[in-house]
Design a binder for this molecule. Structure first.
Ligand SMILES: Cc1cc2nc3c(=O)[nH]c(=O)nc-3n(C[C@H](O)[C@H](O)[C@H](O)COP(=O)(O)OP(=O)(O)OC[C@H]3O[C@@H](n4cnc5c(N)ncnc54)[C@H](O)[C@@H]3O)c2cc1C
Length: 402
């Protein structure tokens, strides 16, 4: 297998690098480089820039506004964006709901919702998990009861979702809801699009260990949803949910992110000294860095395989679970090594240091302020998108048939 880029791919890479140099605002890349919090406006701004170039929904078919890239081009784009410290594309609309609508949505849904995702008209969030229904997702208990009245066919939704990432910014949520209870759990779930401005929807914040407001609880009390917002068939939502999750997992692996973070770690290790010598020359530290670099190189190949499978019309299966596990382990290891590299400077956690305009203490270590917060924040990676233990169960079932 030849893993080198062809001259055409190399030319594409240069085009991406030029675009990032010209169009990525320094204010945004500075924030990403220094691990500062991105606001809603920051993310909307970056989406609009990518959309203006036709590069936002780079996994979508051309007929729906995708750029028609090959698997390798997508890989190059994601890597270069990460290396340039571009904000990540918010996955909920573009990478999760988009592919589901394209595969299972009605023509009317595609015509209405897909352009709105591209144009940033809606901010989507994901309403899968509930208290007691995380790993055991098929047990969701939020109900949607179908009815009809003078205003038309509709569902009345009652229940609670939790861990809803960035739900505080969202105006739309895609939900797994129970539409039948007298059947096998998986056969009574539907996939519903809910306007969060409807009366009866309430969003409450959950503050995480790193002091951040990233996740929420969402409550539904007699929320009326037009029946036209059902995706696909009633009670077939489990199939769509699983399809979406494979995209989510592949995305969480974050190869590009790790490539950029590893470069940064190495730069810090070359500067920081321990016992009078650069940390990079410390045998045990260097061995851990080398180990994670080898794992990352292997991951890149697996990532290309998964993207190629999707490009060929396939659906990522067990490979996306493999990517999720290994990708998140690598990301966690890099943040752990960065925290170690900072030594005592990583110790104090200063929430304000993650916001724009904070005057960093003069420790001479650009990454110190965020090292602990990033370490804590990245613990989530092995939990969300289906925990890594659950991914191992999936792999053993799909590959080993256990
Ligand atoms: C930061 C963050 C953001 C999130 N964002 C969203 C979001 O936007 N939308 C959304 O819907 N959800 C979101 N989630 C929820 C996430 O998908 C769930 O947390 C995850 O699926 C685990 O479910 P749980 O929290 O209920 O844990 P549980 O299912 O209770 O699991 C607890 C532990 O038991 C282990 N375990 C459970 N069952 C098994 C088994 N059969 N075999 C082996 N081990 C097992 C798990 O691996 C885990 O370690 C988010 C979670 C986090 C932490």
């Amino acid at each position: 297998m030849d893993l080198n880029f062809t001259p055409e791919e190399e030319a594409f890479r240069e085009r991406v690098v030029r675009f990032l140099k010209d169009k990525l605002p320094a204010r945004l890349s500075d924030k990403v480089r220094n691990s500062l919090h991105l606001t809603r406006d920051d993310i909307v701004e970056w989406h609009a820039i990518l959309n203006g170039q036709g590069w936002l929904a780079n996994h979508w078919p051309e007929q729906y506004g995708g750029p028609g890239w090959s698997a390798v081009q997508k890989f190059i784009f994601e890597n270069e964006c990460a290396l340039a410290c571009a904000p990540r594309i918010l996955p909920f609309g573009v990478n999760m709901l988009g592919p589901v609508l394209i595969k299972y949505g009605s023509e009317a849904q595609k015509r209405y919702w897909l352009p709105r995702i591209l144009n940033g008209d809606d901010w989507w969030c994901q309403g899968y998990s509930e208290p007691g229904s995380g790993s055991d997702l098929a047990s969701v208990r939020t109900t949607a009861v179908r009815g009809i009245d003078a205003q038309g066919e509709h569902y009345i939704v009652n229940g609670q979702k939790t861990w809803t990432t960035l739900g505080q910014h969202a105006n739309m949520i895609f939900c797994l809801v129970r539409t039948a209870s007298d059947v096998r759990q998986q056969e009574g779930i539907s996939f519903l699009l809910v306007d969060m401005n409807t009366p009866g929807v309430e969003v409450r914040p959950i503050i995480t260990l790193d002091g951040d407001h990233e996740i929420n609880e969402v409550f539904f009390t007699d929320v009326r949803v037009p029946a036209a917002n059902l995706v696909g068939e009633e009670n077939k939502g489990w199939t769509y949910a699983k399809y979406l999750l494979t995209y989510e997992r592949t995305n969480i692996a974050g190869v590009g992110f790790s490539v950029a973070a590893l470069e940064r770690l190495k730069a810090v290790a070359a500067k920081r000294t321990r016992n009078g010598r650069p940390l990079a020359e410390d045998a045990s530290f260097a061995a851990r860095v080398a180990r994670v670099e080898i794992d990352l190189e292997n991951m890149k190949t697996t990532n290309l395989r998964v993207i190629a499978a999707v490009a060929g019309g396939g659906v990522p299966g067990a490979e996306s679970s493999m990517l999720k596990i290994r990708g998140t382990e690598i990301r966690q290891e890099i943040t752990s090594l960065m925290r170690r590299a900072m030594g005592p400077y990583a110790q104090p956690f200063i929430e304000e240091a993650l916001h724009e305009g904070y005057d960093q203490p003069p420790v001479g270590l650009g990454d110190a302020a965020s090292a602990a917060a990033l370490y804590f924040n990245n613990r989530k990676l092995s939990i969300f998108g289906g925990s890594n233990e659950i991914q191992k169960n999936i792999i053993s079932k799909m590959i080993l048939g256990l």
